[in-house]
Design a protein around this ligand. Structure first.
Ligand SMILES: *Cc1c(COP(=O)(O)O)cnc(C)c1O
Length: 391
């Protein structure tokens, strides 16, 4: 539902984004491309609002999962920007992508053939990145398939342009996968060598996501596909630790976090009431007042993406103070305790996620409490909530 009078808004900070991109560029050697991964509605930030913010920071390449996201990205992007579709794409969507010059990952022969056939009919060249299987075992071309691709490409020289070769690591954010990732790096090198031997020219090589770029410099190559880090989040606590240790070893001060959260999710107080000692609050009997308490109602519930799992667990910020959620989260509202925030009044700003004065509700605290991955907390923020750019 996209109405005109939303109960909450999401602010995106251009300053924070600029800082993140500047910091992440320090991992890129001269000439290495910054690719902004904006799948999952830009990790919940909202593609249409977020993409132009990234363009303002000088980034020209964007990666999405499917044609639906590509469509939104393409309609928000400058004509000079590039969009790469990394995953699902078929039928009329594939035709649309080729017609409009969007690039795509190719991870099986079927897609290569479909793309060539459509491109041929349109008198265009499909822009292709060959995705190589190196050990994730999800999508990707194995060595035998590369030989078949090579033969097919020789027969269709004018229909396909190979603009890149790439692969994706099976969890560069955790040291538990160290060996698997190292093996992937070696195999990627071998497969590129094989393409060289066969005389296939392939443009740029790219393998790294945020964690790989931060942790393993050898994965950086000609382009990095930065996802989570550009939004101001470390892929895992472990990656942050790795950064802090390296900075400390290099004699740098690592006490401040170079990644800044971009997103603030805000609502306001709808109503406040005093409740006497010994009363249950809201549905059922999960919360009993232990004194006379002031309870504020916020017009954001599980319908608006505030999970019920945070009933009696989550917090919001009011007047710079953390106020606990009391009772169960309802469909359209939640109740929070403002007894100790005496100044709280109807209409006050409520921060559900992000900073207010010196306090912060982090995505990490959401995910720690609900055991939902930080990536998942972000993408579950409904796309209907309006996104606005702030300084
Ligand atoms: C999501 C994704 C990325 C970005 O990963 P982050 O961990 O968010 O940096 C890069 N490459 C591919 C293929 C992806 O699917």
């Amino acid at each position: 539902m996209v109405g005109k009078f939303p109960t909450s808004v999401i602010e995106l900070s251009q300053t924070a984004l600029r800082k993140n991109i500047t910091f992440l560029r320090t991992y890129l050697p001269e000439g290495c491309e910054f690719c902004s991964v904006i799948k999952g509605n830009a990790y919940g930030h909202g593609i249409a609002t977020y993409l132009p913010m990234v363009e303002k920071c000088g980034v020209k390449t964007f990666a999405v999962f499917n044609a639906d996201e590509a469509w939104v990205a393409w309609n928000s992007a400058r004509k000079s920007s590039h969009i790469i579709i990394m995953g699902d794409l078929e039928g009329v969507a594939l035709e649309w992508a080729i017609e409009n010059g969007l690039a795509m990952f190719v991870f099986n022969l079927e897609r290569l053939k479909d793309a060539a056939r459509i491109a041929h009919r349109m008198g265009k060249r499909a822009r292709v990145h060959l995705e190589l299987e190196t050990g994730l075992n999800r999508t990707g071309l194995r060595k035998e398939e590369l030989l078949l691709c090579k033969r097919f490409l020789d027969d269709h020289p004018d229909d396909i342009r190979i603009e890149g070769v790439c692969t994706h690591y099976a969890g560069a954010e955790s040291i538990a996968n160290y060996l698997r990732v190292q093996n992937q790096m070696v195999l990627f090198g071998e497969l590129c060598g094989y393409l060289d031997e066969m005389g296939v020219s392939y443009g740029s090589k790219h393998t790294a996501c945020s964690a790989a770029a931060i942790r393993y410099p050898a994965t950086v190559m000609d382009m990095v596909r930065f996802g989570i880090a550009q939004y101001g989040f470390w892929p895992t606590r472990e990656v942050r630790m790795d950064y802090v240790l390296k900075e400390t070893d290099a004699g740098h001060d690592s006490s401040h976090d170079p990644l800044k959260r971009i997103l603030t999710w805000k609502s306001r107080i709808m109503s406040i009431k005093d409740v006497n000692l010994g009363q249950f609050v809201g549905y059922g009997n999960s919360y009993l007042t232990t004194r006379r308490q002031r309870i504020a109602t916020i017009p954001v519930g599980y319908f608006h993406g505030f999970t019920r799992q945070l009933s009696n667990l989550g917090h919001v910020l009011i007047q710079g103070r953390r106020c606990p959620v009391v009772g169960v989260v309802n469909m359209n509202l939640m109740q929070v305790d403002v007894t100790d925030t005496r100044e709280a009044a109807i209409g006050d700003e409520v921060v559900i996620l992000g900073k207010q004065r010196k306090a912060e509700i982090s995505v990490g605290s959401f995910s720690d409490l609900t055991r939902v991955l930080n990536y998942e907390v972000l993408v579950r923020i409904p796309s209907e909530i309006p996104r606005v750019v702030v300084r």
